[in-house]
Design a protein. Structure first.
Length: 90
């Protein structure tokens, strides 16, 4: 089972990844199921979220977190505070 990876990168790492050039996704507070057809890496600009994989434990994330979601993961997203994040699929 692949897991969600979270780190708190500094500006040097964010620049090296080119995060500022990634697309932006926003969403208000909500609760919905999601399936990752491809691996996604995202950087949270704002918000607070709990993601619960169907075969794992709840993971909390938010502003300042760089998160990688594995391909093939099914989960439930619970957005506690409106989200704004850069993202890319690979």
């Amino acid at each position: 089972m692949k897991k969600i990876k979270i780190s708190q990168p500094d500006e040097v790492e964010l620049n090296a990844l080119g995060v500022s050039d990634w697309a932006i996704w926003t969403h208000e507070a909500a609760d919905f199921p999601w399936y990752y057809e491809m691996e996604e890496t995202c950087y949270f600009l704002q918000g607070k979220v709990t993601v619960i994989p169907t075969d794992g434990e709840a993971v909390e994330m938010g502003k300042g977190d760089l998160v990688t979601f594995p391909q093939g993961m099914e989960c439930q997203w619970i957005i506690h505070e409106a989200v704004r994040k850069h993202y890319r699929f690979i």
